[in-house]
Design a protein around this ligand. Structure first.
Ligand SMILES: Cc1cc2nc3c(=O)[nH]c(=O)nc-3n(C[C@H](O)[C@H](O)[C@H](O)COP(=O)(O)OP(=O)(O)OC[C@H]3O[C@@H](n4cnc5c(N)ncnc54)[C@H](O)[C@@H]3O)c2cc1C
Ligand code: SF4
Length: 325
């Protein structure tokens, strides 16, 4: 690893003053340290934000605020999250391992980088690591890659579980820039598609800090599910994941949310399938049709056609599981 300066600012203001393109925030370190060991991230200075940023979960009449430094394990066991936002707790628990969840922060989870194997292999071309060098996954091993929303420059997928629930629950990301102004970014606009700038994963303004995530109140306490299909049961990222939430009135679906991980460069919402479900009865046939609508949006690559079959099953299962949550 390259030598670097390590500082621990006491406040968010101090952290922001020191933030430059060469200085990087570090929270739990579970992703950044791996990137540094592999010479993919090369910061000259690390700004440890564990003391500088708040770590509380606060419920109010509008919803819930989860501060940037709340660890993933705390989210999954907090009473208000479990009672009002159980889909979030379920998705968080599907990620990583207990030890990693004890370290992983809310902000760090949002900003974790893709697990595309070529991104981590510095001997091969990768547009995300070094723009303009090419995409090794496009014609290489793209079994884990995207099936929707990709470009000819990058077919990587977003790796987080927590973010799939946050997408379905229409969270907002609170960020503060060096001008000390606070902005709220809707979750759907936070992560990016690769387009012609695959080196950019998200729309966090340069040198800004994430201070919290806010989730508006919702009616998904009863009918929700998170389904994650992966190569092994622990320590594995999603091949396909589905966050599903339904609200039912008089025996029909009045509101539906469906989001997936493992399919695109950002957490992906299946808006057309959600629209289809609205006003329908919660039946196996309607769930099958909703899943087919989602699958119809996909365009798999040479090695990941299996993901479309998996997606069909995962969406049907998640919707079915919503009825027994
Ligand atoms: C073996 C293994 C298995 C895993 N499996 C899963 C899984 O199945 N599902 C899943 O979702 N995740 C998984 N993860 C990823 C893990 O959840 C993330 O590494 C973790 O959430 C990152 O949080 P962190 O606090 O450690 O971030 P760090 O590594 O500290 O930071 C990550 C990035 O966020 C930036 N950052 C941190 N805080 C802030 C802030 N407040 N404002 C602005 N920038 C900030 C850092 O500069 C860095 O760029 C796994 C990780 C490992 C190592
Ligand atoms: S898919 Fe993206 S991250 Fe993977 S090799 Fe191609 S450019 Fe790099």
């Amino acid at each position: 690893m390259r030598p670097f300066i390590f500082t621990k600012p006491a406040t968010a203001d101090q952290a922001l003053i020191k933030k430059t393109n060469q200085a990087q925030f570090i929270a739990g370190g579970t992703n950044l340290l791996d990137l540094m060991k592999k010479h993919i991230a090369l910061p000259e200075e690390l700004l440890d934000v564990t003391n500088a940023l708040p770590a509380a979960i606060t419920a109010n009449t509008k919803g819930i605020r989860i501060d940037a430094m709340v660890r993933n394990s705390a989210i999954a066991s907090q009473a208000e999250v479990l009672s009002q936002f159980p889909l979030l707790a379920k998705a968080v628990l599907a990620g990583a391992s207990p030890q990693i969840r004890n370290m992983a922060s809310t902000a760090g989870n949002l900003l974790q980088r893709t697990r595309c194997p070529y991104f981590y292999d510095t001997t091969v071309p990768c547009n995300k690591r070094i723009p303009g060098t090419g995409c090794s996954a496009m014609d290489g091993d793209n079994r884990m890659s995207a099936i929707v929303g990709y470009s000819n420059q990058c077919v990587a997928v977003h790796p987080s579980d927590m973010c799939i629930a946050l997408a379905a629950l229409e969270a907002n990301v609170l960020v503060t820039g060096r001008d000390k102004k606070q902005h709220s970014i809707p979750f759907k606009d936070f992560h990016r598609l690769p387009g012609t700038t695959p080196q950019l994963d998200n729309n966090l303004p340069a040198n800004a800090v994430i201070t919290a995530v806010e989730i508006p109140g919702n009616r998904f306490q009863k009918n929700f599910a998170y389904v994650k299909v992966r190569d092994r049961d622990s320590y594995a990222f999603a091949l396909i994941s589905v966050a599903a939430a339904l609200h039912m009135e008089a025996g029909v679906i009045s509101e539906a949310r469906l989001a997936s991980g493992g399919v695109a460069h950002k957490p992906w919402r299946w808006y057309k399938a959600e629209q289809f479900l609205k006003g329908k009865k919660p039946s196996a046939e309607n769930f099958r049709q909703a899943a087919s609508i989602a699958v119809g949006e996909t365009k798999p690559l040479a090695n990941n056609k299996f993901k479309t079959v998996m997606l069909q099953g995962a969406i049907e299962t998640a919707l079915q599981n919503c009825l027994t949550a």
